[in-house]
Design a protein around this ligand. Structure first.
Ligand code: SF4
Length: 470
């Protein structure tokens, strides 16, 4: 008899990755329309919980209206001789995977950002109580982690009850994150890997170090270490650091080797502290995306919850499509928000000094990690909604990135000698008539003048030509 004989829908790995669109959903929990939602695993003493018990606090699935969004808190309490606090985060991350095994149930994200949907067809098949989901979770947890001797699951849908639990959950997440903040990558002998997301990003490996938390933000170095110890054949494993090949970019021979092995040769080198060259791969669970903004030579960060378009004119979902899937995409890097607090955050690219734009809620969250002199120089959506506004803002505030911009040369022409260009490197000025329509607004009667073209075109002068009298 199957372990899920009494569940009205199928349960299996085959349903992982199933997407439920708005028109197919019976209702959803969490997501962008709901402010307070969470999932949490807590280690308990054996006597504190009742094995297999599922508690529902608030309305159950059958009581909910079709097409609506509801708050949800999921509390999983586990006990056993080997169950320790350090394991809470990695067990918690598995809620995502196990819920996705349920036919017609979709689970996205983690911690305070969960988003679940139940399909109309699964609801019609009889999946009309959270009790079914609780049973599935309890059985999958116990079969995957034999060290769990007792497990109790509580679903909270009552908004008043979520309120206090949500507050508690945020404090617990913060305490987990804070624990690793004082540590450095140099202090440890090994990093840890996570391949949980390979089911949808086959070449992705999270390399988790004290200074680089996982992309989902849910698993730090301590969590991954605890998981690798109790379940060495599971998705978390130890990565010997090996030789430090590049201190600034964060390249380690051991991390390269692990990336090569786990990506089946797809990824050969990883720079843990850079979004260029050989950036860390991105799966699809990242909390935020760091993106390069060529117009200002700076870096923006947009989080999953940001509505509308970021300062580069792209929505989070659009950027996520090109960033994720396990690829190394220069200039786009899936990250956890906590990584922005790390002293090694994009260290090779100048870290926070290169960050020019953030959603205001993200800025608020990491404000105490932003050097004081930089705080009012980083724009948010309230200061700039496009790159023209951003450029003006950065210039006005004197953001350090402005120093990187090529000096604006006065339009009045100077000879190379006057400009201080050594004559042996100076090239004759290249002037040509603009092809009509080549540049918007530029038609006949203008000249394009390219300067310093041997290296790169640093300046484009568009000059109106006076008509010569016949
Ligand atoms: S984002 Fe990384 S750490 Fe988080 S579940 Fe996926 S692979 Fe694991």
């Amino acid at each position: 008899m199957s372990m899920f004989e009494d569940i009205p829908v199928d349960v299996g790995v085959v349903y992982e990755g199933e997407r439920i669109r708005g028109k197919d959903m019976q209702f959803e929990f969490g997501g962008p329309n709901i402010e307070k939602k969470f999932e949490l695993v807590q280690a308990r003493e054996m006597k504190e919980i009742q094995d297999g018990k599922v508690i529902i606090q608030g309305p159950d699935l059958k009581d909910l209206e079709e097409g609506k969004s509801y708050p949800l808190g999921i509390l999983v309490e586990a006990a056993g001789k080997q169950i320790e606090k350090d394991l809470e985060a990695v067990l918690e991350r598995r809620i995502h995977e196990f819920t996705n095994y349920v036919e017609g149930f979709m689970h996205l994200n983690q911690r305070y950002d969960i988003w679940l949907r139940l399909s109309k067809s699964s609801f019609k098949k009889g999946f009309n109580s959270l009790d079914f989901l609780g049973k599935v979770l309890a059985r999958l947890f116990k079969s995957e982690f034999p060290i769990i001797e007792k497990i109790q699951i509580t679903f909270i849908t009552d908004p008043a009850k979520i309120e206090s639990w949500h507050k508690k959950a945020l404090q617990i997440y913060e305490a987990r994150d804070a624990r690793v903040r004082g540590m450095k990558d140099e202090d440890v002998e090994e990093f840890y890997g996570c391949v949980l997301c390979q089911s949808f990003a086959p070449s992705h490996l999270c390399i988790i170090s004290p200074n680089r938390v996982s992309l989902c933000g849910a698993i730090n170095w301590f969590d991954a270490r605890a998981a690798a110890r109790v379940d060495p054949k599971g998705p978390n494993f130890m990565i010997p650091k090996g030789e430090l090949l590049d201190e600034i970019h964060g390249e380690y021979s051991g991390a390269n080797e692990a990336a090569k092995q786990k990506s089946l040769g797809e990824v050969e080198r990883v720079w843990m502290y850079s979004m260029f060259g050989h950036p860390h791969t991105s799966c699809g669970c990242f909390e935020a995306i760091a993106f390069y903004i060529p117009e200002v030579d700076g870096v923006g960060v947009v989080d999953r919850g940001f509505e509308g378009t970021a300062v580069n004119g792209l929505a989070f979902s659009t950027m996520a499509n090109q960033t994720g899937g396990g690829k190394q995409v220069e200039g786009f890097n899936g990250i956890a928000i906590e990584y922005m607090r790390s002293p090694k955050f994009l260290q090779a690219d100048e870290g926070l000094n290169r960050v020019v734009w953030l959603p205001s809620n993200v800025k608020e969250k990491i404000l105490d990690s932003i050097p004081e002199e930089l705080r009012d120089k980083i724009a948010t959506e309230k200061d700039a909604t496009n790159t023209t506004e951003l450029k003006a803002f950065l210039k006005e505030k004197g953001h350090p990135v402005v120093q990187r911009w090529p000096a604006e040369v006065a339009v009045a022409e100077k000879t190379p000698a006057e400009e201080g260009v050594p004559t042996e490197y100076a090239l004759p000025q290249v002037t040509m008539a603009a092809a009509p329509g080549l540049i918007p607004g530029v038609g006949e009667g203008f000249q394009l003048i390219f300067k310093n073209v041997k290296i790169k075109a640093e300046k484009l002068i568009i000059r109106r030509e006076e008509k010569k009298s016949k």
